[in-house]
Design a protein around this ligand. Sequence first.
Ligand code: ASP
Length: 318
Amino acid sequence: MAKTRQITSHWTGPTEGWTLVIHGGAGQLKREQVGAEGDAHARAAIAAALDAGASILAGHGSALDAVEAAVRVLEDDPHFNAGRGSVFSAEGINELDAAIMEGTTREAGAVSAVTKARHPVALARAVMEQSPHVMLTAAGADRFGAEHGLEQAAPAWFHTDERWRQYEELRAGGTFDADLKYGTVGAVARDTQGRLAAATSTGGLTGKRWNRIGDSPVIGAGTWADDRGAATSCTGSGEHFIRVGAAHELSARVRLAGAALGEAGDGVIGEIGAIGGVGGLISVDHEGRGGWSFNSGGMYRGMARADQPQVVAIYGDE
Ligand code: ASP
């Protein structure tokens, strides 16, 4: 029997203006582990990502542009497990996964196990807009990115000494505290025209083997957007989120079962916990409700709305 995990959540009411919610990964996240410096850096990075998305939404830009902009900021930040600063696979390679989805048309793009795109989320968007496909993987996806003029980066761009240290520790048979650095990143938004979008980007799990792919780039699992339901980005033990079809499940509860957004979000995290999973999600609906739910102790997260001050939080008790 999986042990019951406490769920922490926060959900706002509707707004006619725009709403943006982002995450930088779920984990145990104790204050003493994160430290004052880590805490300050994470909060500044989350605020910067919120600003990037909010300036687009405030100018009546699209939810799609906003989620991409927010995720790009966190992909470039070496502290987060996405883009630069991603974890290493068992072969010592950064294999990156990302997805993006637009809720009006339900167009979607995703890439998995890519190694060359500076911004995997932008590559996912290019797959969505410039190919007839939804998901491309590994060398083929990298080739698609180069052929379509996406910004390319050498392995050294993604490499950070801290992630390499974690990889070596794992290879030496030790354990390391995966919470010491931040995780997967994601963003969901509702724009002033009521359109929804979601994006997620990750380096996946340290020491992953056999081209393991988690939930993040799997449309309906880690990432989903549907104006009739909700837009969601997940983080946590990806295999469980795939098995629950988490992001789609949340939207279906709103659309088909008439659940309130928060009830649906907490319900999905409850299902994740019931099968032994740990993590969290962020979500928005077409009436501008937004928020998060997690059973992991903490989650790097933030929310911005047209009519309210920015909120940034890390721990479960704030
Ligand atoms: N969900 C991601 C994966 O399984 C990892 C994470 O969010 O920390 O690849």
